[in-house]
Design a binder for this molecule. Structure first.
Ligand SMILES: *Cc1c(COP(=O)(O)O)cnc(C)c1O
Length: 345
């Protein structure tokens, strides 16, 4: 059996259909706006998000950074969760390249920020304070066990943002996982937002790329920021061709990944040595209970010997993600491998 790679959904390879579409993609110079495949992807992405316009970017990190640069000036403040990807895992780009200050609030276990915490964090008009400019939410929330934030909650944050003249950006790297889990259209989850980034390259299997969506005016500014960051790609229609298939076909099947993740979480719950965190979408998080006979280093090595890769993030515990390349046979093998390793410990 091939290696079963559950470390992340970023490890997904493009599908044969994507490789075929990439090989025959029509391309042009996208910096001149002349790549028909990128133009088609951006049009479809904007429609799916219910926004006026979209911009293809090389990564989710760049999409979020561009959004931050467009919404905020140097010295401005963004209200963001203390477990948010743009705060924890994007190399401090907002501070380094945008001079933007993160005003972090405690993320609740379901990935939300409390409305009263947000309200309390908005700065008064006072020369001593930075200017609050933006609120940033993440959906699904990676660190918060892949939890999905609902449209009602996001609408409430949007109303709060509007009342204070703030922007709302959503890091929707796994937005389609959220939409699938909640049984709604992705656009309903970003209706209250001024901008959204989503990834084509995770559960949707495209090899490269994310899309940033917003108003025409926002995307016009985003285009300049993308160029400044070196993200102006030329004949990148070969990548967008895979992205089109990702959007057209891969968004419909994510429920399968969630069902398998759920089955894995259930199986892990039966193992005495493990504590499994709340299960929502395609991210399974777990750790060893106090006093367990084994630790993460040994478990990862023993699982690897059985052809299964999982990841370990120190205090964050261990992680296994399901995705397109994890079928029922791979799931069965994974559960058997866990049983074999943990029951012999
Ligand atoms: C993966 C991810 C991103 C972007 O990652 P890239 O590797 O830069 O594409 C952004 N936000 C969240 C929540 C993510 O999980």
């Amino acid at each position: 059996m091939d290696t079963i790679d559950l470390r992340s959904d970023t490890v997904t390879q493009p599908t044969p259909e994507m490789r075929a579409a990439m090989a025959k993609a029509e391309v042009g110079d996208d910096v001149y706006g002349e790549d028909p495949t990128i133009n088609a992807l951006e049009k479809l992405a904007a429609e799916r998000m219910g926004k006026e316009a979209a911009l293809f970017v090389p990564s989710g990190t760049m999409g979020n950074l561009i959004a931050l640069l467009v919404h905020c000036q140097r010295g401005d403040e963004v209200i963001v969760g203390d477990l948010a990807h743009p705060f924890l895992n994007e190399t401090g780009g907002m501070a380094a390249l945008g001079g933007i200050q993160a005003h972090t609030l405690r993320n609740q276990p379901d990935g939300t920020l409390k409305l009263e915490d947000i309200e309390g964090a908005i700065r008064a008009d006072d020369q001593h304070h930075p200017i609050t400019r933006l609120i940033l939410l993440e959906n699904t929330h990676n660190r918060c066990y892949g939890s999905a934030l609902g449209a009602d909650y996001i609408g409430q944050v949007g109303t709060l943002a509007k009342a204070h003249g703030l922007g709302l950006h959503i890091d929707g790297a796994r937005l389609f996982n959220a939409a699938t889990a909640l049984g709604v259209e992705a656009k309903e989850l970003v209706a209250a937002a001024d901008s959204v980034t989503f990834c084509l390259s995770k559960g949707l299997c495209a090899p490269v790329g994310s899309v940033l969506c917003g108003s025409d005016e926002f995307i016009r500014k985003a285009l300049r920021a993308r160029k400044m960051l070196g993200g102006g790609m030329r004949q990148a229609g070969v990548l967008a061709a895979a992205g089109l298939i990702a959007l057209e076909t891969m968004t419909q099947r994510l429920g399968e990944d969630h069902a398998r993740a759920n089955a894995l979480a259930e199986a892990l719950r039966e193992m005495d040595a493990l504590e499994v965190f709340p299960q929502h979408t395609n991210i399974v998080r777990f750790k060893f209970k106090e006093g367990a006979a084994m630790g993460p280093v040994e478990l990862l090595a023993a699982m690897k010997e059985r052809g299964v890769l999982i990841s370990w993030g120190g205090a964050w515990g261990m992680r296994a993600l399901t995705h397109y390349w994890i079928d029922d046979a791979a799931l069965k093998h994974t559960i058997e491998a866990f049983r074999g390793v943990l029951q012999s410990a």
